[in-house]
Design a protein around this ligand. Sequence first.
Ligand code: GLU
Length: 557
Amino acid sequence: MDKLKTRFAPSPTGLLHIGQARTAIFSYCLARQSGGEFVLRIEDTDRERHIEEAIPRIIEDLRWLGLDWNEGVDIGPDGLPIGRGPNGPYRQSERLAIYAEHIRRLVDAGLAYYCFETEAEEKVLRAAAEAAKVPFRYPRPATFPTHADADAARAAGRPVVVRFACPAQDVTIHDDAFGDVTMPAAEMDDFVLLKADGFPTYHPANVIDDALMGVNYIVRGQEFLGQTWRHVLLRRAWGFAEPKGYCHLPLILNPDNSKMSKRDKHRLTRAAAKDALAKGGLTRAGLASRAGAEEATTTAWLDGADAAIPLAKLEHLAASLNVHLPEIDVADFRRSGYLPEAVINFVALLGWNPGQDREKFTLAELTEMFSSERVSKTNARFDRAKLLAFNTDDLAAADEPRRLAALKDFLRLNPASTIPAGNDDLLRTLLRATPTLRTLADLPAKCNVLFEADDAYDFDAAAVEKNLRKGNNAGFDVLTQLETLLASLPQEAWQIQPLHDAVETFAATNALGMGKVAQPLRVAVTGTTVSPPIADTLAILGKEKTLARIRRCLALR
Ligand code: GLU
């Protein structure tokens, strides 16, 4: 097998989302299985959408997934991004001179040309195309301006951009997923290579870097497939070799067939807000205050302007409306308690078919199994129930050190939990008491109450009715007897097995099913019917807290 050198080239306009993670994983697998190399390059030429803080976060998320790379951007000892490898720099903003030099070579060769239109002038050109109902195509001049013309234009304060003089030839690329894709020359335009701010556009920067960094196989999302002809023509213009192959990955859709995107978070929250407004449970002013914004801002947001409400505020608003924001970014899945192995396994099956019955595999196994020929061009559907099932299995299969590490990571990212995150012995006990978890979030959902103050939790009215009051206070009677029994147990009996035996013996002696004993007790000490097994629950609480809680509950009688 040829050694493949692949790369992952995110633009830092936000966190690493799940579709990008799939691109990174497949690129990584191809490089590793062929004994080749994997590069992480940061494509930061879009200065308007640039978010510097996203770079270390993207790196962190890639590392969390278990990926590593031979060359590229990494985090230095001071916590800031640094480049490492022989083909750096690996941030495009640090390679401007390289692009300028390459683009100038095309101008010199008559393969690209300067243009000087102001924004207003370009608008007029575009309006003409629009009026004629034809796609805008820049009118290529018969003779190209010289470098001196460009200097003069610059001195006169005009914007100077460089456009590619597209050769009049159809371009066919062979894609490993989509097959042959042809772009007819008649549909091509003289696209911009160099912007007035001195930054290149995506196309030349991407092509130059892939060539100079020795990247020979390109994996990326389907949204770039319609652009690849530009890259082919640019490669020819510079005399760069064709890559060994391309593999564009199909779209990832929500179950309702909409494209899965960061916008989904806004869409769902907006729907809930509109619903609450319509039902009268929420006023416009109330909405604005929950969003921490002016009313005019939230109105714009309700009308569809996602950007009006930043993510942190959206999360707050969503929580207040009881909307669980869908996980979209890798960091979302991590914070919601998914294991990276489950995320990788699930994501790999989005648009790729392993060609065998087996569906579960590790990253190492995927690295061996992956083949770009088995990438499908059919849109993939994001089935959250399946991901949850994978995660449940992976949590059950993980050994205790792995579960402990994942739980600690989860608690660090969810500081609102009352669980003492620094006490490893206690965390191990909690993990043993909750062997079946769909996500790590299930653990605090069941256990947080054990670490709250004894009078801080509410008694669920329905649970009290059903398990304590019903049948002429039968549950309260049981609870009264249990209080006496538990109070009589010596301190050394306050452990899982002796407590389990004591409760079981009590049930047998009184000819009661375990449920008739455990449930009243559970409602008393947690307020609800959901908690770890009763003996574990009591052991974790300890004698004093258990008795205080039982007494507080008995006072409801
Ligand atoms: N920089 C592009 C992005 O973030 C990736 C382009 C490519 O992989 O060719 O989507």
